[in-house]
Ligand binder design. Structure first.
Ligand SMILES: [Zn+2]
Length: 609
C-alpha cells in the first residue's frame, strides 16, 4: 500500500532568530527528498521544533545536514530559555511512520549519531528506544544538569557519550539522538464546560492514574475522600480494597492480582517504596497515555487532552471507547474528538476496522471508506475540520495519470495511435476489476443470515481482494512507466565503444524492468483467481455469475500480462534471468488453467441451462 516513511522531529535551541532558523530548515530541505511538515518556533522557550518526513535514506541525510547547520549557527554560550536543553540540536528523535520497525529507526539513530560525533565533534547520547543502557532511556535523565552542567557530566565515567568526543564543546553542547514511537495528540470533547468532569475521566484513563478515594466516589470519583499511606501502619492497594500490613505484602499482592511491578510504578510516581507517604494511587486503564482535563473557550467545552505515546499499545479508538464508558457512568456525553497535528494512516485504518467489526460489517471495503467510518465513529469533525489528506501521514492513494481518467477517457486513450497505454495496462485493469468483483461478492455475502458463521472467512477474502485490487490499480500506470527505461536506454549516445556498451547495459536493465512489472501483474492476478475459487465454494447461487466474471477477468489479466512478458523476453541476453522467467510463466499458466476449470465447474453446476 505505502512506501517506507520515517519522521524526524529535531528540537533546535533557537526560537527567536528567524534568519538562523531559516538557514537550518533550508539545509534540511536542500538535502532532498524530505517534506518539512511543520516548523514550530517558541519565543519563550527559545526553542524550535521542526517536523519532517521522507524515506529512511533521505531523512537520515537531511537530519545530519540540519544538525551540521545548527552546529555552525547556534552558540549555546548565549542561549537562555525556559525549556530544559543540553545542546544546539537538543534532541533528534526518529519515528517509524509506515513500513518501518523500531529497530530500523534505532539503526538510523546509531548511524546519524556516529556521524554527528565523528564529523561534527559533538558528543552524542542515544536515548529512548535507541539508548545503550536502561539508565539512558529516559530523556530527562540524559539531559539532567542541562548545558550548564555538561562539562562536569562528561567527566563522569557513567555519562561518557555514545559517540563523539568526551571533551566539552562549549559552542554546541551535546545532542540526544533517539528512536521513539509516534506521539498522537488527541482530545476528547465533553458536552459541558466543567474542567472537573474532564479531569475525573482523564485521571481514570491515564497511566499515572489518580489519588485513591473512598466514600462519595460515584458517579464522580473526585468527590470522595483521599486515602493516604501510613494511617495506622496500613498499606492500602490502589486498584482494589485490599490493605496490606507491610510494603512487601503489598508488592506481592500487586504483582499477583494486578500483574504489575509496584517498585517500578512507585518509581514513576515519585513514591519512596521504603517509606511511602502521601496519597495512595489508583491505576489508570491504559499505559502509554497521558491525560488531563481542560476547557477550551473557543469551543465552550471541556476536553480530555491526551498524549498517546505508543498508539500500537493504546490506540486512540480504544481510549475513546473507554472514555465513552466512563462518561456514561457520570451521565456525561462524549460528543466527539479532535486530532491535533497528524497521526499515522495505520492508526486511523485500525480504528475503521474496529468499528466495522464491532457492527458485524465487512472489513474488506475500500480504504477511503474505512477511514470515513473511523472519522464518523470517533466524531473527528465535531469541533474542527478533518480531511485525510491534511491529517494522515503514510497514506498513499493509488493515483496516476491513467487511473485518474474517467472510464470513457481511459478507453479512448487506449484506442489512440500511441503505443502506450497498451496491453500491459489493460491487463492490470482487467485483474483489478476481477478482484473488485470478488470483493463485492464477499461483501454482499457478509450480513446474509445464511453466512453469519462465515463472517471472519468472508472478511478475510474481501480484505485480500481489496489489497490485490489496489496493487493492480497501481499496475495500470506502472506498466506504462515500465517501458520508459527501455526508451531512455534507446536514446543514449553510441559514438564510442564505451557508450555502446553503456547503452546496451541500460537497455538490458530496461527490458528486465519491462518484463518484471507484467510478471508481477500475472502473479497478483493468480492470487485473485484463488480467491474467486474460494468464493465459489461459499457464496449463494444468485452471485455465481459475478464470481465467474471476476475469475475470467483475472485470468484475462494473467494471460495478457504474460504476453507482455514474452514479447520483451527475446531482447534480454541474461540466460539465467530468462530461464527463471520462463519457469515462472509455465507455473502460472498451469495453475491458472486448474483454477479456471475449478471455478467454472462450480458455476456450471449451479446453472440450469
Ligand atoms: Zn489490589
Amino acid at each position: 500500500m505505502s512506501e517506507s516513511i520515517v519522521e524526524c522531529v529535531p528540537n533546535f535551541s533557537e526560537g527567536r532568530d528567524s534568519a538562523i532558523l531559516k538557514e537550518i530548515v533550508d539545509a534540511i530541505e536542500a538535502s532532498g527528498g524530505v517534506n518539512v511538515l511543520d516548523v514550530d518556533e517558541g519565543y519563550n522557550t527559545n526553542r524550535t521544533v521542526v517536523t519532517f518526513i521522507g524515506s529512511p535514506k533521505d531523512v537520515e541525510a537531511a537530519a545530519f545536514q540540519g544538525v551540521a547547520t545548527a552546529g555552525q549557527l547556534i552558540d549555546m554560550r548565549k542561549h537562555h530559555g525556559e525549556h530544559p536543553r543540553i545542546g544546539a540540536t537538543d534532541v533528534l528523535p526518529f519515528i517509524p511512520v509506515s513500513k518501518m520497525t523500531m529497530e530500523d529507526c534505532v539503526g538510523i539513530a546509531q548511524r546519524v549519531g556516529a556521524r554527528i560525533g565523528e564529523e561534527l565533534g559533538i558528543p552524542v547520547y542515544l536515548y529512548d528506544q535507541a539508548a545503550s543502557s536502561l539508565e539512558r532511556r529516559n530523556l530527562a535523565a540524559v539531559r539532567s544538569g542541562e548545558y550548564e552542567g555538561l562539562d562536569e557530566k562528561l567527566k563522569d565515567p557513567n555519562w561518557q557519550p555514545d559517540y563523539g568526543p568526551t571533551s566539552y564543546n562549549p559552542m554546541s553542547g551535546a545532542t540526544c539522538v533517539g528512536a521513539r514511537e509516534f506521539l498522537i495528540a488527541y482530545n476528547i470533547n465533553l458536552n459541558n464546560a466543567d474542567r472537573r468532569y474532564a479531569n475525573d475521566i482523564a485521571y481514570a484513563l491515564r497511566e499515572r492514574g489518580r489519588w485513591k478515594r473512598t466514600g462519595n466516589i460515584e458517579p464522580f470519583y473526585y468527590k470522595g475522600d483521599v486515602v493516604y499511606f501510613g494511617q495506622n501502619g496500613e498499606f492500602p492497594c490502589g486498584p482494589c480494597d485490599f490493605i496490606a500490613t507491610s510494603f512487601e505484602e503489598l508488592k506481592n499482592h500487586y504483582s499477583e492480582e494486578h500483574g504489575g511491578d509496584l517498585i517500578a510504578r512507585y518509581d514513576d510516581l515519585g513514591i519512596d517504596p521504603k517509606n511511602p507517604v502521601g496519597p495512595v494511587f489508583d491505576d489508570g486503564h491504559f499505559t502509554d497515555v497521558k491525560a488531563i482535563g481542560w476547557v477550551i473557550d473557543e469551543y465552550n467545552r471541556a476536553q480530555i487532552s491526551i498524549n498517546l505515546t505508543n498508539y500500537k499499545v493504546s490506540s486512540p479508538h480504544e481510549v475513546l471507547e473507554m472514555a465513552r464508558e466512563e462518561a456514561g457512568k457520570r451521565g456525561v456525553i462524549i460528543t466527539g474528538s479532535e486530532l491535533i497535528g497528524l497521526m499515522p494512516f495505520e492508526a486511523l485504518r485500525e480504528a475503521g476496522l474496529y468499528y466495522r467489526r464491532r457492527a458485524m460489517k465487512s472489513t474488506g471495503i475500500p480504504v477511503g471508506d474505512l477511514l470515513e467510518t473511523a472519522i464518523q465513529s470517533m466524531g473527528l469533525r465535531d469541533v474542527s475540520p478533518f480531511e485525510v489528506e491534511d491529517k494522515l501521514i503514510g497514506l498513499s492513494a493509488p493515483e496516476g495519470p491513467l487511473v485518474d481518467l474517467s472510464v470513457l477517457d481511459f478507453v479512448d486513450e487506449v484506442s489512440r495511435e500511441t503505443p502506450a497505454p497498451g496491453g500491459g495496462s489493460v491487463a492490470a485493469l482487467s485483474g483489478a476489476l476481477g478482484s473488485a468483483l470478488t470483493s463485492m461478492v464477499a461483501n454482499l455475502s457478509v450480513g446474509k443470515s445464511e453466512f453469519d458463521d462465515k463472517y471472519e472467512y468472508l472478511c478475510d477474502i474481501a480484505c485480500r481482494a481489496q489489497e490485490i485490487k489496489d496493487l493492480l490499480v497501481r499496475g495500470v500506470d506502472a506498466d506504462t512507466k515500465a517501458f520508459d527505461s527501455v526508451l531512455a536506454g534507446m536514446r543514449m549516445p553510441q559514438d564510442s565503444e564505451g557508450e555502446i556498451n553503456a547503452r546496451k547495459e541500460a537497455m538490458e536493465e530496461g527490458y528486465k524492468d519491462a518484463t518484471s512489472v507484467p510478471l508481477d501483474t500475472a502473479e497478483v492476478c493468480l492470487r485473485c483467481m484463488e480467491l474467486a475459487d474460494q468464493m465459489a465454494d461459499v457464496t449463494s447461487v444468485s452471485m455465481m455469475s459475478d464470481v465467474g466474471t471476476g475469475c475470467l477477468m483475472a485470468e484475462a489479466g494473467l494471460r495478457s500480462a504474460i504476453y507482455n512478458v514474452r514479447i520483451n523476453l527475446p531482447n534480454i541476453s541474461d540466460q539465467n534471468f530468462k530461464q527463471d522467467v520462463e519457469k515462472r510463466i509455465k507455473e502460472l499458466l498451469s495453475k491458472a488453467a486448474t483454477l479456471r476449470d475449478s471455478v467454472s465447474g462450480k458455476i456450471e453446476a449451479t446453472f440450469e441451462i
